[in-house]
Ligand binder design. Sequence first.
Ligand SMILES: C[S@@+](CC[C@H](N)C(=O)[O-])C[C@H]1O[C@@H](n2cnc3c(N)ncnc32)[C@H](O)[C@@H]1O
Length: 221
Amino acid sequence: MNQQLFEKVDRYIGNLLAPEDPILQEVIQSLDDASMPQISVTPTQGKFLQLMLLTSKSKRVLELGTLGAYSTIWMARAIPADGKVITVEFDPHHLRVARQNIEKAGLSDKIDLRGGKAIDVLNELISKGEETFDFIFIDADKPPYTEYFELALQLSHPGTIIICDNVIREGKVLDENTTDERVKGVQRFNQTLANNPKVTATIMQTVGEKEYDGMAIAIVN
Ligand SMILES: C[S@@+](CC[C@H](N)C(=O)[O-])C[C@H]1O[C@@H](n2cnc3c(N)ncnc32)[C@H](O)[C@@H]1O
């Protein structure tokens, strides 16, 4: 695997087609300043999420796992003015940084940042009869991905796109004897995805600035 080449080409594509404006650059800087991990999506992946939102004419978006709101901002920018992104984060430190970044980006009206565990917020949205979402991006902790996906389906309508990040994990998904709970979580999820007649799905491998990985893409039938 030529990681250096993948990084260079990813940067080449990003500079051409997904250049970060000062707001997005500041979000990335804010993660370093706040000693948070650099595990946001890449610019080319942010642009990919935007393309998915535009092609599906999405207005209502749900995200699990906000970190500093980098992907949230990419997505909020691709939905109409009366659209909404509900994004869920359980770490209070990440929540504070995300809130500041959303305010700086001028997107507080479009982004509804919810504090809490993803599983609890999903159950709450379902029990309160929340309107369905057009697009759901799952990017929180990996062990419960299957449960997140099953609950996300209850908040979907035919045509809803559900994207789940980090489901290949540098190819470790092939290891049947893994003891890594994150790998086990995505193995279980990928199998669920394959067996679920409610969706049409595939997994795209991702290479580039971040580690070799993959995104599951499902459309609700
Ligand atoms: C990979 S980061 C999200 C990156 C973000 N989507 C982006 O691309 O900019 C994962 C985030 O999920 C949060 N998280 C982990 N477990 C969670 C849970 N059970 N409920 C809600 N958020 C969780 C972590 O604190 C972290 O901020």
